[in-house]
Design a protein around this ligand. Sequence first.
Ligand SMILES: C[S@@+](CC[C@H](N)C(=O)[O-])C[C@H]1O[C@@H](n2cnc3c(N)ncnc32)[C@H](O)[C@@H]1O
Length: 189
Amino acid sequence: MPASSNIHEVAQSVAPEARVVYVDHDPIVLCHARALLISAPEGRTDFIEADLRQPLAILSGAVRTLDFGRPVAVILTAILHLIQDDEEPYQLVRQLVGALAPGSYVVISHAAGDIGNGDMASMASRLNELMAQQTVPRAREQVAGFFARLDLVEPGLVRVPEWRPATAIDAKGPAQMWAGVALKLALKP
Ligand SMILES: C[S@@+](CC[C@H](N)C(=O)[O-])C[C@H]1O[C@@H](n2cnc3c(N)ncnc32)[C@H](O)[C@@H]1O
């Protein structure tokens, strides 16, 4: 559900002409998004109802708004842990990354299976008993796999609150999620 500050608000506060495409597979989320995520007049927002497991459908919808000849940022926050191992999460990220021009960025945050005392793993297994959509916490090394052939920018793949915190106190926040931002130059072999 939209909650300030949304991506286009952050991007357009720096570059008012920024274009942002939101994607979700839930029509109710998109209904709220269309009502609330209004672009600055110089830029543009668009909304695609699509499943992340079908990245080519996302890309073909996004070209209506984004110029894939220029750098684009793909932001996959708190979503990849909803893609099961047998749904080819690494392949779908590869397909999205493959469509990006050099100079593009990929942002990922992901529930961690290996931070703390297994709290996230036990929360996920309790949630999974109650919810249709299953959460798959992954270990740091598995999350690093999503950034294969990309260049992680500083400080690398760290707990969410440790990614460029405003203060030392913020960095100690309890979040049990990994986060990283990577730059696509030419793809490494
Ligand atoms: C935890 S929220 C994260 C939302 C947003 N990325 C953020 O960081 O605030 C997960 C969202 O992903 C959507 N979602 C879950 N599985 C999806 C899928 N396979 N394809 C597209 N959207 C999906 C849900 O409807 C929900 O809105």
